[in-house]
Each structure stands twice: as structure tokens, then as C-alpha cells.
Ligand binder design. Structure first.
Ligand code: C2E
Ligand code: MG
Ligand code: MG
Ligand code: MG
Length: 291
């Protein structure tokens, strides 16, 4: 009996000590809790036509809205979500939510394209194309308005498999954007063979373009390559008008960056579109939306 009492006391003491030391919870369990509570949100950054400033779409960028109000950036949870096998669930959750909220705007503007970042492992995993088709079919958005961004930062493990998946996606109307081009590991063979329709030039070159002639040369080369391969080009991380001017001079037509807007919550992104459309209509640049 004394042994039992000692055991119970020891257990209670252990619990008290653990909470006193405020031991952090298991980070994967915390991810699961946050997924169940739908704390991962799709923030959206507008993409725009460089010459006119017209909004032509948006990129979903994940944010973790903690119950205490903190907003956690993707680099603090995406790598763990990837290594723990939670990235698939997270991706479908934020894509479904963005499609649900933005479908009225996307039905009205058939040229509006919504991009979502997809981890190479997810893209190459079993059933990706079927799962994606189901998610998009459960909204009223056309597959032609959905773009999958695949980063060039990591090597696409199996380029043959990746090329097949991209081809299959294309048959259903989906487009692929190759993200972070120029700073990755995969190189020109990926650009040449993958079958991506969009090439995203990394912020690294946008930062350098106004002060370094060699950055101009790289951007011009990527534009020429994209033209030959029938790809469109988007420049990332544009913060200054001088960068817009330099990019236009290199032949880049589309971009995104804080100059126009940071990533916004869905509510604020919808407001942003309303204000933008109202001012474009006032300037006579677009026709009145159909009723
Ligand atoms: P990315 O896909 O290349 O996204 C561009 C990043 O640049 C975003 O950072 C965006 O907020 C930031 N950015 C855009 N314009 C500017 C600018 O003018 N100035 C500066 N300084 N930054 C700008 P964010 O949101 O922190 O995302 C970082 C990366 O995390 C993304 O890079 C993407 O690779 C990854 N990521 C984000 N959301 C997801 C997701 O849902 N799934 C996956 N697999 N990866 C994601
Ligand atoms: Mg991206
Ligand atoms: Mg990028
Ligand atoms: Mg991007």
C-alpha cells in the first residue's frame, strides 16, 4: 500500500513538475490539433499585369492563425507538415476554403487564375490528380482557372514521373507554374521537359534587376527561353515601380509583390478585388460585371 501511495504521489509530482516546466507539446500533435480546428488559412496575394496594373489572379499562401491571434508564416510549419505527412491534408483544406470563398469572383472573371503551392512529394504521390479533380469539382470553378505551383528549390525526385503527371493534369485543364526559377537545383532540363506553362522568376533577380546588369541578362534569357517553350512569365517579390519598369523592358508581362499588395486574408482579398474593380470600371477599363 505504501508502494502504491508512493507511486501515485510520484505520478502527481511528475505531472506537476512537467506543467511547471511548461514542456512544449509534441509539434506534430499540435499540427493535428490545428488541422482539426481549421487554423490554417489561405491568404492570397494578387498577381497583376505589369503594364496596366490589372489583377489577373492570386496565389494562395498558407498562414497559421493561432488561437492567441498570432499569425505564423509558412516556413515555420510547412517543412514539418511535409516531413510528418500532414501537407496533403493542409493543402486540400486551404484550397477548398479558397475555392469556396472566391468562386463568385472567379465565375465572374473567367480569366482569373488561382494558384496553390504543391510540394513535389504530394504532386508525385498516389491519387494526386484524382484528389485535385474532386476538390475542384466540388466548387463551381473551372479547372482552367487553377494553377499548381511547384518549386524548383527541391529537385523533382523523378522527372519522368513528374512530366507524366503534368501532362495528365494538362489534359484536365490544370496548369503548372515552375516556382522560384533561377535559384533552384533542378536546372534547365526541368524547365525544358516538365511541361509547365508558367515560369516564376524568383525575387532574388527582381531585387537585383535595378542595380545589377547581370540580373537583367538572366531575366532576358529566362524570358527568351519561356517564349520558345510557350510559357508565360511571372516575376515575384516586386516592391518598387523601378523594378516594374525594368521587368517590362526585359519582356516580363506579369508579377506579384508588396508594391501592389502583400498576401491578404480571404475577406480582405475580396475587398481588394471590389475596390480594384470599382476603380477600373470608373476609369472605363472594364465593362460592368454581368448581372
Ligand atoms: P513562394 O511560393 O515563392 O511565395 C512567395 C513568397 O514571397 C511568399 O512568402 C510571399 O509572401 C513573399 N512575397 C511576395 N511578394 C513579396 C515582396 O514584395 N517582398 C517580400 N519580401 N516578399 C514577398 P510566404 O508567404 O512567407 O511563403 C514562403 C514560401 O512558403 C512560399 O514561397 C512557398 O514555397 C511556401 N508556401 C507557402 N504556402 C504554402 C502552401 O500552402 N503549401 C506549400 N507546399 N508551400 C507553401
Ligand atoms: Mg509560389
Ligand atoms: Mg517563389
Ligand atoms: Mg510565389
Amino acid at each position: 500500500l505504501t508502494m502504491l501511495a508512493a507511486g501515485v504521489l510520484g505520478g502527481v509530482f511528475g505531472l506537476l513538475l512537467a506543467s511547471y516546466l511548461n514542456r512544449p507539446v509534441d509539434p506534430v500533435a499540435e499540427l493535428d490539433r490545428a488541422l482539426a480546428a481549421h487554423e490554417f488559412k489561405p491568404y492570397v496575394q494578387p498577381t497583376f499585369r505589369l503594364k496596366t496594373g490589372d489583377i489577373i489572379g492570386g496565389e494562395i499562401l498558407a498562414r497559421w492563425e493561432k488561437p492567441d491571434g498570432r499569425l505564423i508564416p509558412p516556413m515555420s510549419f510547412i517543412p514539418l507538415a511535409e516531413s510528418s505527412g500532414r501537407i496533403e491534408k493542409l493543402t486540400w483544406q486551404i484550397l477548398k476554403s479558397a475555392l469556396r470563398e472566391l468562386q463568385p469572383e472567379m465565375r465572374q472573371d473567367k480569366l482569373f487564375k488561382l494558384s496553390v503551392n504543391i510540394t513535389p512529394r504530394h504532386l508525385l504521390g498516389d491519387g494526386f490528380v484524382d484528389d485535385l479533380r474532386k476538390v475542384v469539382a466540388s466548387s463551381s470553378v473551372s479547372t482552367r482557372q487553377v494553377v499548381l505551383e511547384v518549386t524548383e528549390r527541391e529537385e523533382l525526385a523523378d522527372l519522368n514521373k513528374a512530366t507524366d503527371v503534368v501532362k495528365e493534369l494538362g489534359e484536365f485543364g490544370f496548369r503548372i507554374a515552375l516556382d522560384d526559377v533561377g535559384i533552384g537545383h533542378s536546372g534547365l532540363s526541368t524547365i525544358q521537359r516538365l511541361g509547365a506553362r508558367i515560369l516564376k522568376i524568383d525575387k532574388f533577380f527582381v531585387d537585383a534587376i535595378t542595380r545589377d546588369q547581370s540580373a537583367v541578362v538572366v531575366v532576358q534569357m529566362l524570358v527568351a527561353l519561356a517564349r520558345e517553350l510557350d510559357m508565360s512569365v511571372v516575376a515575384e517579390g516586386i516592391e518598387q515601380q523601378e523594378q516594374v519598369d525594368a521587368l517590362i523592358a526585359c519582356g516580363v508581362e506579369e508579377g506579384q509583390g508588396y508594391l501592389v499588395s502583400p498576401p491578404l486574408s480571404l475577406d480582405r482579398f475580396k475587398q481588394f478585388l471590389d475596390v480594384h474593380n470599382a476603380s477600373a470600371a470608373a476609369e472605363g477599363r472594364i465593362s460592368k460585371p454581368e448581372l
